[in-house]
Design a binder for this molecule. Structure first.
Ligand SMILES: Cc1cc2nc3c(=O)[nH]c(=O)nc-3n(C[C@H](O)[C@H](O)[C@H](O)COP(=O)(O)O)c2cc1C
Length: 273
């Protein structure tokens, strides 16, 4: 149900909605007003460009009131964005308190707006939202590592997990950094672009979290295990037919960074044809 409604008092017949529609399903009626013909409705990819490109807020779709949408003028400046990128850090020390559920909800709602291939929006989030659950999960993972090592099921390239396990038993949680929470993005393999979609969601999560003073760190040490320890995905309830490329730890930082890093060098290739 698209529920596309054009407010004829506000519509100036500029047709920006029709020209910006990526699928070109918006037509113009005999009076010059845009509309979506019934036979084209199921081609809509639900991107909402018609809603957001209308200068006067005359186009509503999916029951969304244009007046209630995010303000495109109220965005970070280029300097603020650059500082955000330079000052976000991998946080490896966390306070022993949970992120409030309303803050987590706000964060996840923002991430739900991240782009996905064909706007398929199939990325699902698995979040360990309580420290008490995180404690149980990480014990499960470390015990599983123990079992894999003891039964010689650990692939050679991950033999070093024996040291991570020993560190944990000695009180140093190198894999999970004593973080209170875990965020995982996963998406059906059948979708158009599941792996990029998940990485984009994770990246947006990291930046939005940083803007809310919530720290995070990419969790390669767990992601490597996803590939050969099906028990972890099963424990988390992640469907078998989903790609699960990566995870992030997150929580309130117990460390402060007083400035951004400067890593401005890059390798540039500019092919000429
Ligand atoms: C794909 C990826 C995987 C990572 N995995 C881990 C990890 O398992 N544990 C960890 O402590 N840091 C991990 N990191 C953090 C990097 O070590 C970190 O980004 C890098 O040292 C630069 O520091 P910065 O993020 O504070 O700029 C990972 C980062 C990326 C991008």
């Amino acid at each position: 149900m698209l529920d596309a409604v054009v407010n004829k008092d506000k519509c100036t017949k500029c047709h920006l909605c029709a020209t910006d529609c990526p699928i070109k399903i918006i037509k113009v009626d005999d009076d010059g007003f845009p509309f979506i013909p019934a036979e084209r409705k199921n081609h809509c990819i639900k991107c909402q460009h018609c809603l957001v490109t209308c200068p006067g807020g005359a186009f509503s779709i999916f029951g969304i009131n244009p007046d209630n949408c995010a303000d495109s003028k109220n965005i970070p400046s280029d300097l603020q964005m650059e500082n955000m990128i330079k000052t976000r850090r991998s946080v490896r020390k966390y306070k022993t308190k949970d992120v409030k559920s309303e803050d987590l909800d706000r964060l996840l709602k923002a991430v739900a707006n991240a782009p996905t291939g064909k706007n398929c929006r199939e990325v699902e989030f698995t979040v360990i939202n309580k420290r008490s659950e995180m404690a149980k999960f990480k014990n499960f993972v470390y015990d599983l590592i123990d079992e894999y090592i003891n039964h010689e099921k650990m692939p050679d390239e991950f033999a070093y997990y024996v040291h991570l396990l020993k560190a944990y038993r000695d009180g140093n949680d190198v894999i999970f950094r004593n973080a209170p929470h875990l965020f995982i993005a996963h998406s059906p393999k059948s979708g158009p672009t599941p792996i990029p979609d998940c990485y984009i969601a994770l990246t947006y999560f990291e930046l939005m979290a940083a803007s809310m003073k919530i720290g995070s760190v990419w969790l390669g040490f767990l992601a490597y295990l996803f590939d050969f320890m099906p028990e972890i995905r099963e424990k988390l309830g992640i469907p078998e037919d989903h790609e699960v490329p990566y995870a992030l730890l997150f929580g309130h930082p117990a460390v402060k960074y007083y400035r951004g890093v400067e890593r401005n060098d890059y390798k540039l290739h500019t092919p000429v044809f």
